[in-house]
Structure formats: structure tokens, C-alpha cells
Design a protein around this ligand. Structure first.
Ligand SMILES: Cc1cc2nc3c(=O)[nH]c(=O)nc-3n(C[C@H](O)[C@H](O)[C@H](O)COP(=O)(O)O)c2cc1C
Length: 234
């Protein structure tokens, strides 16, 4: 099984998102997957220009000469892709959004109806990777990921990608913190992520227990709010 993570954090390898990606991929690798982690911030990815050349003159190929064709090749050849992003203004980071916009060439322009009667694009490829959406955010509550959850529902409907797991970490900045009081809970969380990576390779999904454990707050929300306010004073 080939798993490719596309991380859209501007903080790249120094970010909290990458801490999550690396732990998950370590577990997946242990279970036998061929894993690759790509930091989108290190790639040259320009905005989609909306010209539709990838649907008309050069079907499946974007007119922009940057790193996207190589990344799309890796995307489509993967069994599972991880879209990993920090939560920015309740949604994905700009880098992640540019990357997702530029996946337009992998579908065809023609419309079709899905099972619910809604319109979607016809597929260009026989097989598309399953998707895992992974994110972390600065606020303490799990509810901050409401918009990303809705995005996942739409992706499933659009049929380009079946979302097999959503892994969201509120209180994300604790992941990189060296506070000795919170390190043990962070290490436990990273072990859970490794377990999640193993489960996806072995069973194609997360067990209910792992899913529930991953969603628990790292520390009580009031304590997190207080500690965060204190840390901004430093
Ligand atoms: C421009 C910007 C927008 C953000 N928007 C949100 C937000 O809407 N909700 C939230 O909880 N955190 C928000 N954050 C905090 C980040 O999600 C948080 O710092 C996260 O740990 C960053 O992950 P990274 O280190 O992988 O980049 C925002 C941060 C930035 C810089």
C-alpha cells in the first residue's frame, strides 16, 4: 500500500501538522506500507488560473509549468493520500487550498448525477486514492473542525475521494511544546497516531476505540485557555 502525505503547513517540518503526519506514517510503515511525506511549502505551486486548459486543449494536464504535474502523478498513483493542514480561519491553509484547486485535471469536465441526484464531474481515472484528512488547530475544542468535517462529506459525495479517516487535533500547539507537564500526554497521543497508521494499513479504517481516543482533549479546555493566555505574555 502506497500512502502519500501532502502537508500544507507554511511551517513545514517545524510545524505541529508534521508531528502528526510523522507519527501516523511511522505506524503505517511499521504495518508494511510504502510511505512518503511531502511538504507543500517546499514546492512551487501556483494558483489555479481557471483557464480550463486541463479540460480542453491538454486533457489531464495543467498549462502551468511548476511542481504540480509531478505531485499529481504521486497523488493518483497512491492508494491513500493524506491531506494534512493546520486549521486556518476555520478551513485549510492557503497552500493546501492551492494544492486542492490544482487537482482539477484529475477529473473530466462532463457532469453526471450521483446517487443523491446531485451533480458531480465524471472521473478521468479508473482508480482514485482514498483520502485521510488530518489537521490541528490552536483553539481548545474539537468543534473547531466543523467546516473541515463538512468538506469531507462533500468530498465523499463528489466521489473523487472516499474519506476513510478524519484526524483532528485541537490544542495543537501542545504537540511542539517542551513543557514537562504536558509531554506525557503528547507522547501518548503520538502513540495513538502510530496505532491509527497501523490500523489504516491493516483494516483500511480506524477502530472505533482509536477514533474515540484520538478525539479526546489533551488537557482540560479551561486549563489550556489559561496556559495559552499566560504564554502570550512571555
Ligand atoms: C493565519 C492563521 C489562521 C489560523 N486560524 C485558526 C482557526 O481558525 N482556528 C484555530 O483553532 N486555530 C487557528 N490558527 C492556529 C493554527 O491552526 C495552529 O497554530 C496550528 O498549530 C498550526 O499548525 P502548524 O504548526 O502545522 O502550522 C491559525 C493560525 C494562523 C497563522
Amino acid at each position: 500500500m502506497k500512502i502519500t502525505a501532502f502537508n500544507g503547513s507554511p511551517r513545514g517540518e517545524h510545524g505541529n501538522t508534521q508531528i502528526m503526519v510523522e507519527a501516523f506514517l511511522e505506524g503505517a510503515k511499521r504495518a508494511g506500507a510504502d510511505v512518503e511525506s511531502i511538504l507543500l511549502v517546499k514546492k512551487n505551486i501556483r494558483h489555479c488560473m481557471g483557464c480550463f486548459t486541463c479540460w480542453t486543449k491538454t486533457p489531464g494536464l495543467c498549462v502551468i509549468k511548476d511542481d504540480m504535474p509531478g505531485l499529481l502523478d504521486k497523488y493518483i498513483k497512491s492508494d491513500v493520500v493524506i491531506i494534512a493542514t493546520p486549521l486556518y480561519v476555520d478551513y485549510v491553509s492557503g497552500i493546501t487550498k492551492d494544492f486542492m484547486d490544482r487537482t482539477l485535471p484529475i477529473v473530466c469536465p462532463e457532469f453526471e448525477k450521483d446517487d443523491t441526484g446531485q451533480t458531480r464531474h465524471k472521473k478521468r481515472y479508473q482508480k482514485y486514492p482514498s483520502m485521510i484528512v488530518m489537521s490541528n488547530c490552536g483553539f481548545p475544542e474539537a468543534g473547531q473542525f466543523e467546516v473541515l468535517r463538512l468538506f469531507c462529506e462533500r468530498e465523499v459525495r463528489n466521489n473523487k475521494a472516499k474519506v476513510i479517516a478524519q484526524i483532528y487535533r485541537s490544542q495543537g500547539p501542545l504537540l511542539e511544546s517542551d513543557n514537562p507537564d504536558t509531554r506525557p500526554v503528547v507522547e501518548k497521543y503520538k502513540e495513538l497516531l502510530k496505532q491509527a497508521g497501523e490500523e489504516v494499513v491493516k483494516h483500511g479504517q480506524l477502530s472505533l476505540k482509536t477514533k474515540e481516543e484520538l478525539e479526546k482533549p489533551l488537557i482540560p479546555e479551561d486549563e489550556y485557555r489559561r496556559a495559552t493566555n499566560e504564554s502570550w505574555k512571555e
